[in-house]
Design a protein around this ligand. Sequence first.
Ligand SMILES: *Cc1c(COP(=O)(O)O)cnc(C)c1O
Length: 378
Amino acid sequence: MEFRNLKKQYTVLEKQINEAVHNVMREANFIGGNEIAELERELAEYVGVPYCISCANGTDALELALMAWKIGKGDAVFVPDFTFFSSGEVIADLQATPVFVDVRPDTYNMDADKLEQMIQRVIAEGKLVPRAIIAVDLFGQPAEYNRINHIAEHYGLKILEDGAQGFGGRIEDKRACSFGDISTTSFFPAKPLGCYGDGGAVFLKKQEEYELIKSLCVHGKGKNKYDNVRIGMNSRLDTMQAAILRVKLGAFKQYELEKVNEYASSYSSQLCNWVQTPHVNDTFLSSWAQYVIQLDNREKRDELQKYLKQFQIPSMVYYPKPMHRQEAFKQCDFVYKECDYDITNHICDCVLALPISPYIEENEVDEVSRQVISFLQK
Ligand SMILES: *Cc1c(COP(=O)(O)O)cnc(C)c1O
């Protein structure tokens, strides 16, 4: 069994993808061009924002947004303690300070009450200037923007939505990657919308920020790329990847998002009496980057993972280590106290991600569920 069945996706989309790639090679236009412009237009339209800029990966996308806001030394940026490393890395890379915030035990997303407490602590300490919140749409479900927006407004902070796992998710009729002042996503192959290598995108609402990030991702270009008006980076999406993504976005819209939701429901109805299954808030839709269950403790979780492996059922631990305990953040000028991260410390020990994708088969979902239950019955 595959953890995320990308081979099956290729067999289904093979003809269209091969033709799209061949076209790029025939045109010999490998950077920029029509495929990029069309993809950016289609992505912006789907998400429901005026502007989209494609770039080299989801990490660059986050960093470009912080660069556009001139986040740097002495600034505090609030980010969940339970996330992929990138969400905190980009803050430290710009010499700013990541202030980690504990998450909710049900949705795994940033806890708005704890966010507000952390902001107040930073203000009281008076060493750092609170500037922005990076809210992460973890495992496919949007963060609680109704509450986070309020807090951001009250304290005058920007919201950067890290939608690397959230693409396709919704709150009511609004789509993920439209919730931040700036939002970003990743097209890493295993994400809800993945390409065949690295890729990412920035979603924007303001024209000035659009112009600025257009410049930042091509060496801080001015009138052209040999007129350089600021220090930027080289972060572009390959045209080949854009051509592949246009085919995959079609399938994503047509049936993939719906299919993956059916499989997630099937898991939940089979497993909900046995383990803690994912909680999706009312009026929210997840794009199921991961389907994550929670066991009672680390021992049980590790045993279940071993048990499933006997039956060739792959599973993964996202994430085994809280951000505040990562060695890389030791030099940051903020003291992370263990007592502020009870939930993250606990769930890192207890979570397990099961195989899921729009291309898993119903009998595979049944098989995984059966084995999880048989383990718990022992
Ligand atoms: C994958 C991921 C990223 C980084 O994306 P890359 O394209 O791998 O750079 C950032 N944030 C989160 C939450 C992710 O899952």
